[in-house]
Design a binder for this molecule. Structure first.
Ligand code: SME
Length: 149
């Protein structure tokens, strides 16, 4: 299966699992688990905007830093720039925050609600250049499923 086919199969599964009767933490937890299992990433999880910083949310993988300032690292930059950041080689990203030395490439996708970034989805790979425009396109669609009207 191509990556695109994997995302096409996963999208309706995630949609089916999202539960409007529970808080966003529960839905983030299942979303992180499903992405992590499907693709075998190194680290898959969320940081939520709380009191004007990013605070660690539900994730799969090794332990991670608990707080990230606005504009810091890939996560804080995606929040500040309000756009998805694809980083093929984390060593070439100025200010990258190395939670794990095994992390080689990364994608961070903002989660918007009422035009505000309320969280970011952060995915790390232990290989270089894992993520591209296909991941960006599908992950942007997937995180929208968290915002249940
Ligand atoms: N590398 C991220 C920090 C979070 S961890 O990788 C889980 C960053 O630079 O924002």
């Amino acid at each position: 299966m191509t990556k695109q086919e994997q995302y096409e199969a996963l999208l309706p599964q995630i949609q089916a699992v999202m539960d409007k009767n529970v808080d966003i933490i529960a839905n983030m937890a299942n979303m992180a688990a499903m992405l992590h299992e499907t693709f075998g990433f190194w680290w898959t999880g969320f940081y939520r905007v709380i009191n004007n910083e990013l605070v660690l949310g539900p994730f799969q993988g090794p332990l991670a830093c608990t707080r990230i300032a606005y504009g810091r690292g890939v996560c804080g930059s995606a929040w500040k720039e309000r756009r998805t950041l694809v980083v093929p080689d984390v060593e070439e990203f100025p200010g990258h925050i190395a939670c794990s030395s095994a992390s080689r490439s990364e994608i961070v996708v903002p989660v918007f609600h009422n035009n505000e970034v309320i969280a970011v989805l952060d995915i790390d790979s232990d290989r270089l250049a894992t993520f591209d425009e296909t991941d960006a396109k599908y992950l942007e669609r997937i995180v929208m499923l968290l915002i249940i009207p």
